[in-house]
Design a protein around this ligand. Structure first.
Ligand SMILES: [Fe+2]
Length: 192
């Protein structure tokens, strides 16, 4: 007898080395950007910016170059997609206490991801839902040990300056920030 594993889903993790100057620029950028009116994307409460212009900001430009290089490595070497990805858009997300982003995908992109600027304690995971209907078929109480065959979601708990890259079609949500005092701040992006 043997088990045939049908497929797996790749999430690429990368840590950016941000020196003090860039950290200062990041903080200045966040302060300036959040003083502008926000947009409505997948956020439930919290703040999401309009699309950012990386050409006008050295910190954003550094991020965009890093995202672009790594998104292409992910796409070409891991996912075996024979296309040079081009930058789509990037935006800022600020989640205060109990703010979250509901379940969504990133249409018209191939690789998406998020960079974690501020990750306070208890600020919640990024949750990928692959077989989200499993609980409709088998109740959690009957599952001895959660594993890749019986789990309806996988949580990833990023830390500061992490970037997570993932295929844009994977359903995901950002769980609520349960830190009462500090905000979770990320910059998300799309490449197509
Ligand atoms: Fe997303």
């Amino acid at each position: 007898m043997r088990i045939i594993d049908l497929y797996t889903l790749p999430i690429m993790h990368s840590k950016l080395e941000l020196d003090k100057n860039y950290q200062r620029e990041m903080n200045n950028f966040i302060k300036e950007e959040t003083s502008k009116p926000g947009a409505v994307r997948s956020n439930v409460n919290g703040y999401q910016s309009e699309d950012l212009d990386p050409l006008n900001n050295t910190f954003l430009n550094l991020l965009k170059d890093s995202f672009e290089e790594k998104a292409n490595v992910f796409s070409q070497e891991v996912m075996k997609i024979n296309k040079t990805l081009s930058f789509g858009n990037m935006w800022l997300n600020v989640n205060g206490y109990k703010d979250y982003n509901h379940l969504h995908v990133h249409p018209k992109a191939i690789v998406s991801g998020s960079f974690y600027c501020k990750v306070p304690e208890k600020s919640g995971p990024l949750r990928f839902l692959v077989n989200k209907d499993i609980p409709l078929f088998v109740s959690d109480e009957y599952i001895d040990t959660f594993n890749k065959y019986n789990s309806s979601w996988f949580d990833i708990f990023p830390t500061e300056f992490d970037t997570l890259f993932f295929p844009s079609w994977i359903q995901h949500e950002v769980r609520p920030n349960m830190n009462k005092k500090e905000k979770r701040i990320t910059i998300s992006f799309n490449f197509s």
